[in-house]
Design a binder for this molecule. Structure first.
Ligand code: ADP
Ligand code: 5GP
Length: 193
């Protein structure tokens, strides 16, 4: 499952709430951005320097990759995703729109969800409340968010199967739960007959 949406919209929170139920396998991305205090190497991200990231690209180690915020590289290592899919697990890719488009091109059967904030003002406030980023970083992320929302909700886009508005967390969690359950039922149904 691809889950996208602006930074701070609540993707991590939603996934954590459904983690036990669906036994998600998380894809750990690689990035060239700096590690924050709370993040752990190899758990939250593989923190690479730019030459190493570019080497991984040339070695074909990414399922997808993108240059984000005009500044940093982010990419999904291919092999762990394939291993988890082969083991029959739902793999969660928390990636932005450019990466999501690439994954859908390679894996047309993947499921794409875009999480929307109740409003742009609310998103701005959540980025501030999260107390993770410096003010200029928050502004850059907010500008990026507005662009992503425009792309993801454009008429005729094929990257996302569903949009979930994360207004009330319980309601949004239930909606994602329902979408995933329906999807799994459909897959089980078509495998059975
Ligand atoms: P993301 O993974 O999309 O960057 P997070 O899951 O880290 O976002 O959430 C960002 C912040 O918003 C966190 O402080 C989280 O507790 C809060 N949050 C998430 N969902 C809601 C919601 N529905 N209402 C209010 N705050 C929320
Ligand atoms: P953050 O720096 O907040 O962890 O992530 C910033 C943005 O990068 C988010 O939109 C997140 O979904 C996206 N992102 C994280 N990992 C990847 C990845 O492997 N590939 C792509 N394309 N985007 C990613």
């Amino acid at each position: 499952m691809i889950i996208s949406g602006p930074s701070g919209v609540g993707k991590t929170t939603l996934i954590e709430r459904l983690h036990d139920k669906f036994d998600f396998a998380f894809s750990v991305s690689a990035t060239t951005r700096a590690r924050t205090e709370k993040e752990r190497e190899g758990v939250d991200y593989f923190f690479l320097d730019e030459p190493t990231f570019k080497r991984w690209i040339s070695e074909g180690r990414f399922l997808e990759y993108a240059h984000v915020f005009d500044k940093y590289w982010y990419g999904t290592p291919r092999q762990p995703v394939q291993e988890q899919l082969d083991a029959g697990r739902i793999v969660v890719l928390d990636i932005e729109v450019q990466g999501a488009e690439q994954v859908r091109a390679h894996m047309p059967d993947s499921f794409g969800v875009f999480v929307l904030p109740p409003s742009e003002e609310e998103l701005h406030q959540r980025l501030i409340d999260r107390k993770r980023d410096a003010p200029e970083v928050i502004e850059r992320r907010f500008a990026q968010a507005r662009e992503e929302i425009a792309i993801a909700t454009a008429a005729g886009q094929h990257t996302y199967d569903a949009h979930i508005v994360n207004d009330d967390l319980d309601r949004a969690t239930q909606e994602l739960d329902r979408l995933l359950t329906e999807r799994l039922d459909r897959i089980a149904g078509s495998a059975g007959g």
